[in-house]
Design a protein around this ligand. Structure first.
Ligand code: ADP
Ligand code: MG
Length: 146
């Protein structure tokens, strides 16, 4: 299933809609090049969870924890490329919502139940998002997002 966003605002709205469908233990796996909107989508998810703190992508932080209606674990795995170690992030998973940017880099540390979103840069203001469900609970979410 694919969605097209024509603006940053629209991507935030998509994230917000998605965020409302998530529950404790949900894992959102984001892939796509730099500047394709992974962090912007995460901001929308945070909005749905009533996170008040500003969600950003700090240069040297791999895991950021935000408190909202549920705890949001935001991981940017960019610097973990070819990292052979399991950093134990999966242990947080059941305590809240987990969103991982550059998921492919850490995929081996997670089981096979997650919602994969592959983001693609089309032009300056347009992004495409492909939703792929891995696991029954995510089938329903993808359907709702259509
Ligand atoms: N439709 C869109 N959706 C998301 N971001 C967009 C869109 N159009 C332009 N942008 C811009 O693209 C950039 C996306 O940045 P970011 O979310 O940090 O990317 P990533 O986390 O994937 O590296 C932002 O500067 C944002 O303003
Ligand atoms: Mg980012």
């Amino acid at each position: 299933m694919k969605l097209v966003s024509k603006s940053e605002k629209e991507t935030i709205a998509i994230g917000e809609k998605l965020g409302r469908l998530l529950k404790k233990g949900s894992l959102i796996a984001l892939n796509g090049d730099l500047a394709c909107g992974k962090t912007v989508l995460t901001k929308g998810i945070g909005k749905a969870l009533n996170v008040k703190e500003v969600i950003n992508s700090p240069t040297f932080t791999i895991l950021k924890i935000y408190e909202g209606d549920l705890t949001l674990y935001h991981i940017d795995a960019y610097r973990l490329y070819e990292n052979p170690y399991d950093l134990g992030f999966e242990e947080y998973r059941d305590s809240g919502i987990m969103v991982i940017e550059w998921f492919d880099y850490v995929k081996d540390n997670f089981d096979d139940e997650y919602l994969e979103i592959n983001m693609r840069y089309i032009d300056d203001t347009t992004r495409e998002m492909e939703f792929i469900s891995h696991g029954k609970e995510y089938d329903a979410i993808v359907k709702e997002m259509m």
